[in-house]
Design a protein around this ligand. Sequence first.
Ligand code: BGC
Length: 470
Amino acid sequence: MNSQLQACIDQVEKDYAVDKKLLCDAFDAFIKLMDEGLTSKEQKRECMPMIPTFVSRIPTGKENGLYLAGDLGGTNFRVCSVRLNGDHTFSLTQSKSRIPSELMKGNQGLELFRYLAKKVGAFLKEHHADYSCATDGRLKLGFTFSFPVNQQALDKGTLIRWTKGFDLPNVVGKDIVELFQLQLDELDAPVDVVALANDTVGTLLLRAYSNDISKSNAHTVIGCIFGTGTNGAYFELADKIKKIDVPGNGMVINTEWGSFDNTLQVLPSNRFDTIVDSETANKGYHRFEKRISGMFLGELLRVTLKCLADDGQLFAKLKEKRGGSLPHRLEEPWQLDSQVLLYLEIDDSTELRMSGLILENELRLTTTFEERLAIRAITRAISKRAGLLSSIPIAAIVSRVKDRYKDDDRDFEVGCDGLVVEFYPGFQDRVYEGLGMIDALKGLNKKVYLRIAKDGSGVGAALCASTVDN
Ligand code: BGC
C-alpha cells in the first residue's frame, strides 16, 4: 500500500479503536444505567429501558404441550407450532414470509397486523386444520415482538418506538397484543395471544429449557441477540426492580441494551457513526446497536468508504473515469449488506480477487488490489470494534448475577442468536477477548461461554405461552 493510503487507513483504524480502559469504563457505566433503568418509571433517552417482562420463572426443561408462536423481529414474520417434550427437547413446524416493504413504513400500521393475522390463519389451515393443538377449541399463541415495548402484563405492552428500519407512527404507544388480537378476531381465528415476548426473552427461555445442567455444568444467565439488531435479557431479583411491585422473587428483564449510552458518555464515536445515526428513523437512540448489529455494519463500511472517496483518498481513478461520480450503491444509504463484510473478511484468494468480484457484484465497484487491502483493513476495524463492544453488556450482567451463585462451582452460559454471532468470522473471539479485558469474574473459578440458541423467538414464545394456566 502506498504511504499516503497507509496513513489514511491507520487513521481509520484509530477512529474505530477500542481499548481496555474504554471497555472497563463502559462496563461500570452499564451497571449504573441498569440500576437507573430499573428505578426510573419514565422512559428517558439517557436511561436503558430495562423492561420488566412479567415472565417470572426460567424453564427447567420439564415443560410440555403444543403451542403456537408468532415472531416479528425484522424483515420476516414466522408462524410456528411448537411441541415441548418435557425432556429439554422440542419439535417445531414453521412457515416464514417476508414483510412487504410498504407495510414497514407509513400510516398504515393496522395493515401490518392484518397481514400477520392472515399468515396465522393460513398456517393453521395448512398445518393444524383439525386444531389438534387446541384446548377448549382455542389455541394459545406466544408473540415474539422484537422492538422496545413497555410491558404492563405478560399479555399487554405498548410500543415505545420502532427500530431496525420500521416506521409506523400510529402504532407507537398502542397495545401490541390488542392490535394483533383484534385482527385475529376479525378473521375468526380461534387463537388467543396469551404472551408477548421480546426475542431475547425467548432466547433466554429456550436456552434454559434446552440446557441440561448436569451435562453442561453451566447456568444459563443471559439470552441475547446479535443479528439485525442487538439486545439481551436476564433474570433480576424483585428488590432491584424498584419501578414496579414484583410478585414473587423476581422477573426476566428485557434490557434493550441497544439503547445503552444514547448520550455517548463512554461509547466511542467517530464521524462515520454520526453520519449513520443521522440517516436512521430513530436518531439519537439505540446508539450502541448502531455500532454493533448487522443492520449497521454494512452501512458503517459504506459511509467510511464514501467519506474516504470524497476526501480523495480512495477510488480517485474510478471517479475520474466516471466523470466525478461513484457507483450509486456507494452513494446511497443502506445499499451495502453486512453479508458483504463477512465475505470480505474470509477472502484468502490471491490479490483478494474474490473480494474484487464481490465488490463488483454487490456495489458495482471496480477496485485495485491496493484498494481491496484498504477495504479489508477498514472492514476488520469495524467488526473488531463491534465484537469488543459486545462484551460490555455480557460482562456487566454476569458480574451482577454472580453473587447468586457463589456457593456453586458451575460456569455461566449465554444463549445467543443472530447472524452476526453465529456466522461472522471472529466475532465470538472478539467477544471473549473483550470479556478477558474486563475480567468481570476476577478471583472466581468460573468461566463464561457463548452458546448458540437458535429459534429462541419461536420456541421461547411458546415457552412463555406455556406459563399461562388454562
Ligand atoms: C430491538 C430489540 C430486539 C433486538 C434484537 C432491537 O432493535 O429494540 O427489542 O430484541 O433488536 O432483535
